[in-house]
Design a protein around this ligand. Structure first.
Ligand code: SF4
Ligand code: ZN
Length: 334
């Protein structure tokens, strides 16, 4: 098959757009979508200057998504002194898995000249995911613990490193799955929070301008999130990493078993095959719904939830002790 834009051989076919693209045009098309998303989300603030750059912390796991994100951001902004990039890798304590992706992250940040920080669950919380997964004191999926710990560290270090934004490599498939899961769970406040924390243009996210003293105080440590890869399907992210020979680590985590997400993933794959474009339409419809939900419920935390400080660690929570501290208590001594 020939490329739809030139006479070279196509390396991919996108059923949702009908185009066949050669390596060069495919690469440009991925980069264009990421840059458009950055523009449409208003990520580069008007006030950013070379003297006072906007500092973006990238959550870099070393997997294909975050590696591709880091590469494209670096190429887009390396000559733009208004934006400062740094990367954070979290080591969960998963033998043979995270060590390899950590070295992929080190190679990449070294090549690109980006400051790179590494934090470990073991040093921060005195736990390793291998032990948590083995003992599993609460009978949950390992990812249910791991996700809470990771979010806590991302937020903590984004604030500590004085980041203005926290960027993650979620792709179109990840986001369409999350959207479906949130809709099927029927929790509209959760949908509002999702929008507020990570989707849509910054000036539409409600938490950024809510006139509420309590929330404003909380915002001093609240670093908004962005997901510039969310228009690019997972397979295309993988192909991009492969064609450019980026140092991405591709093995799956040995503890990955989010059963419900897996079901949704198969469902979406089938729908996408039969009705190309389904993931895109789910996500764009969901973003609009989520923005309406955020207007109604006031976004992060919801306007009817009183937030207080966790008795143990000080992070904001709707109860006395935050979820992370409760999970840590359960796994103590594991
Ligand atoms: Fe943690 Fe689950 Fe990701 Fe493994 S797959 S790193 S356990 S969240
Ligand atoms: Zn806590």
């Amino acid at each position: 098959m020939e490329c739809s834009k030139c006479d070279r051989e196509a390396v991919m076919h996108a059923a949702y757009s009908g185009s066949h693209l050669c390596g060069e045009h495919f690469r440009r098309s991925v980069e264009r979508r990421v840059r458009r998303r950055i523009r449409e989300d208003g990520l580069v603030p008007d006030g950013a200057t070379p003297e006072e750059p906007d500092r973006w912390l990238i959550g870099l796991s070393g997997g294909k998504d975050s590696v591709v994100l880091t590469q494209i951001l670096s190429e887009t902004f390396s000559e733009d002194p208004r934006i400062e990039l740094l990367a954070l890798t979290i080591h969960e304590g998963i033998d043979g898995y995270r060590d390899e992706s950590l070295s992929a992250s080190q190679d990449l940040t070294e090549q690109l000249g980006i400051r790179h920080e590494v934090v470990h669950y073991e040093e921060e919380f005195d736990v390793r995911m291998d032990d948590v997964a083995e003992k599993d004191p609460l009978g949950m999926s390992p990812c249910a613990y791991c996700g809470v710990f990771r979010r806590d560290l991302l937020e903590k270090y984004a604030a500590e490193l004085d980041a203005d934004k926290l960027l993650t490599g979620h792709n179109l498939d990840d986001e369409a799955q999350t959207a479906m899961m949130n809709v099927l769970e029927g929790d509209v406040r959760q949908i509002a929070k999702h929008f507020d924390a990570s989707l849509g243009p910054f000036d539409e996210r409600t938490s950024l301008d809510v006139d509420d003293r309590q929330r404003r105080e909380k915002q001093e440590t609240f670093v908004p999130r962005a997901k510039p890869l969310r228009d690019v399907p997972e397979k295309e992210v993988a192909l991009y990493a492969h064609l450019r020979e980026l140092p991405a680590h591709i093995t799956e985590c040995p503890h990955a078993n989010e059963a419900y997400r897996g079901e949704i993933q198969s469902l979406l794959q089938e729908l996408e095959e039969n009705h190309p474009g389904t993931r895109h339409s789910i996500l764009s419809g969901y973003e609009e719904l989520a923005s309406l939900a955020a207007e109604r419920y006031g976004g992060a935390g919801g306007d009817r939830v009183e937030l207080s400080e966790c008795e143990r660690c000080g992070s904001s929570t709707s109860g006395d002790v935050c979820r992370k501290c409760r999970l840590l208590e359960a796994v103590e001594g594991v």
